[in-house]
Design a protein around this ligand. Structure first.
Ligand code: ADP
Ligand code: MG
Length: 607
């Protein structure tokens, strides 16, 4: 083929691929435009995962009638005039590429009216040469409708995932927009079902409206300034975590960002304080002067370049300090906490708002007042002094010596002499007969006991569920609703009873009686949903087994009641299990150290 200059349409389509990858990128660009147009209300509607229709409506400034065509032309923007402007960007968009790109790969319609105009404009770009134009009645603001995305670019259409996967991507994005812009009221519906709605009144309200009080009750406020940076928002207490990073929200100057090294730093502070393989939750806004941030990196603008040292060190210190204080607070009043009446939290959002006497304040005033009170959610209680937490030194590793098959496990467990507990985790015993030291992992043993009793009950005629005195509300992500509903009867067979009460809310009514009183049955359910996510392709029996294992792990971690067992009771119960030597996940429940080894350590005998 000889060299040819590509025609304008082809160039546009190639360029469009950089900005518009999938339905979620269309939504992202349109919502950003609405934010830039100073909208206080943004409604997003998608059908078929955004493949057939995406509609974004805002009540912003509108596009001047005679500039609509220009807006849909490449490199046309009202936001940047020259190169220097790039270093003080305060808007979301600035490349002037999005609308042109969207137009190149779909059928797009725009309706817009500016406040001073009587009548609005309607333009439908279906025929590239001859768009359909009309005057039309429209509220002040803009509606952009994108139909048949990639319909004329079949190659790219092939890269789109299933409607469900694309819709989930959009849902996640809308959650992030709604948190990032708490003073804008968002409404998002998918296939005519409303999945998310915020009032646009305050950050605290946005969190409650999006995630419920289960989450908002367990947040610690963050608010500090350091070297010209301002950081505010919330981090989750160590009792709050998820199986993935979907509830980690980071914003730089209101822009949704991904900053893995910062996430890593925060996660490191939670390590050891939340279960292994779980992720902390946070909502953090970082503000820097616009000229300190370079957003001109990639069309999708998700990576923001930091002057790294600036934010990392102070963030680490702050998260550490807050978590230390949280632990102090939790440790002292253990008993009084138990005496508290069980929390009743089964109410609707409207009731919640009514209770708190909340009112939506319209954004007009809020916008002109950039000082948002990010603390109203919980009173920030500052620590007096941060006490040092003693680090437990690493225990000398010794290989477990499984006791021989012939030996009867039950007798052996009962003859051990208890000496004490190490690090609230390991029970130390002496086996005087065999001259050994035995270290037993309390949690692993509990897990085994729980698992076995669970399996035994499961095999019996009736599995026992304890109905909760007060049903607990469980708010899940809309995209998980289908998964949970599909598995409700499976969970019920295992003793977990929940029912849908609408709008991604469930009521937890019962949990297996073996679990005793759990502080947060919700966390247990979140883990079960995680397990369901991961194991969908397994045969049902395997899924059940994994659910039970996961549930046991969670129950042991969360259930203080299990720790009230006496050592005697624990050893008795362990000795009656079928596999006392390992926990359900195959880790050893104990290790044995022969006296000989100890003599060697002290060089009493040659090694
Ligand atoms: P950019 O956002 O980078 O400027 P876009 O292609 O997304 O580029 O938009 C082009 C221009 O169209 C914007 O600069 C803005 O002037 C106008 N525009 C787009 N969407 C809206 C909207 N929802 N309300 C008002 N003006 C808009
Ligand atoms: Mg834009």
């Amino acid at each position: 083929m000889s060299i040819q200059i590509l025609n304008e349409q082809t160039i546009l389509k190639i360029a469009a691929g950089e900005v518009i990858e999938n339905p979620a990128s269309v939504v992202k660009e349109l919502v950003e435009n609405a934010i830039d147009a100073k909208a206080t209300q943004i409604a997003v509607e998608v059908h078929n995962g955004g493949k057939s229709i995406i509609r974004v409506t805002d009540n912003g400034e509108g596009i001047p009638k005679d500039e609509i065509d220009l807006a849909f032309t490449r490199h046309a923007t009202s936001k940047v005039q020259n190169y220097e402007d790039l270093f003080r960007i305060e808007t979301m968009g600035f490349r002037g590429e999005a609308l042109a790109s969207i137009r190149a790969v779909s059928t797009v319609t725009v309706l817009s009216k500016q406040p001073q105009d009587e009548i609005g404009a309607f333009v439908k770009y279906d025929d590239p040469k001859d768009p359909l134009r009309q005057n039309i009645a429209h509220n002040t603001g803009t509606t952009v409708i994108v139909e048949d995305l990639f319909g004329r670019v079949p190659v790219r259409a092939g890269f789109m995932k299933s409607a469900l996967a694309e819709a989930n991507r959009i849902t996640d994005l809308l959650y992030r927009f709604a948190v990032a812009n708490p003073l804008i009221s968002f409404k998002y519906s998918k296939d005519d079902k409303i999945l998310l709605r915020t009032s646009g009144s305050s950050p605290a309200d946005a969190i409650v409206e999006l995630f419920g009080t289960d989450v908002s009750d367990q947040l610690i406020p963050v608010d500090f300034q350091d070297h010209g940076l301002k950081v505010y928002g919330w981090i989750g207490k160590t009792s709050l975590y998820r199986g993935n990073r979907s509830m980690q929200y980071l914003f730089a100057n209101q822009r949704i960002i991904q900053e893995p090294s910062l996430v890593q730093i925060i996660e490191a502070e939670y390590s050891g304080k939340i279960p292994h393989g779980r992720y902390p939750i946070f909502f953090l806004w970082v503000e820097v002067a616009p000229d300190q941030v370079d957003v001109n990196i990639h069309p999708t603008k998700q990576r923001v370049q930091w002057v790294k040292e600036q934010v990392f060190a102070p963030m680490k210190d702050e998260v550490r300090r807050l978590l230390l204080t949280e632990n102090e607070k939790n440790r002292l009043p253990e008993k009084t906490e138990e005496a508290k009446p069980e929390r009743v939290n089964l109410f609707t959002m409207d009731e919640y708002r009514a209770m708190k006497g909340m009112q939506s304040t319209k954004r007009k005033d809020a916008v002109s007042d950039p000082k948002i009170d990010y603390r109203t959610l919980q009173e920030a209680t500052m620590p007096q002094r941060t006490p040092q937490v003693r680090k437990v030194p690493p225990v000398q590793q010794t290989m477990p010596l499984p006791i021989s098959k012939e030996e009867k496990a039950d007798d052996w467990f009962l003859q051990l002499r208890y000496i004490g507990t190490i690090a609230k985790t390991y029970l130390l015993f002496e086996d005087a007969v065999r001259m050994e030291m035995v270290l037993l992992d309390q949690h692993a043993a509990h897990e085994r006991i729980l698992y076995d009793s669970f399996i035994k009950k499961g095999k019996g005629t009736s599995l026992q569920t304890q109905m909760l005195l007060v049903p607990q509300t469980l708010r899940i992500k809309p995209q998980e609703e289908e998964l949970l509903v599909r598995n409700l009867s499976l969970l019920e067979e295992l003793g977990f009873i929940a029912e849908s009460i609408g709008e991604s809310m469930f009521a937890i009514r019962g949990i297996p009686y073996q679990f005793g009183r759990l502080q947060s049955p919700q966390n247990l359910f979140y883990s079960l949903i995680d397990t369901l996510h991961k194991e969908t392709k397994l045969p049902e029996q395997d899924i059940k087994d994994r659910l039970i294992k996961r549930a046991c792990t969670e129950a042991v971690k969360a259930g203080e009641n299990l720790h009230e067992w006496s050592v005697d009771e624990l050893m008795k119960a362990l000795s009656t299990t079928e596999h006392p030597h390992t926990c359900p996940h195959g880790r050893p429940t104990y290790v044995r150290v022969p006296l000989r080894n100890m003599h060697k350590w002290f060089q009493r005998i040659p090694s």
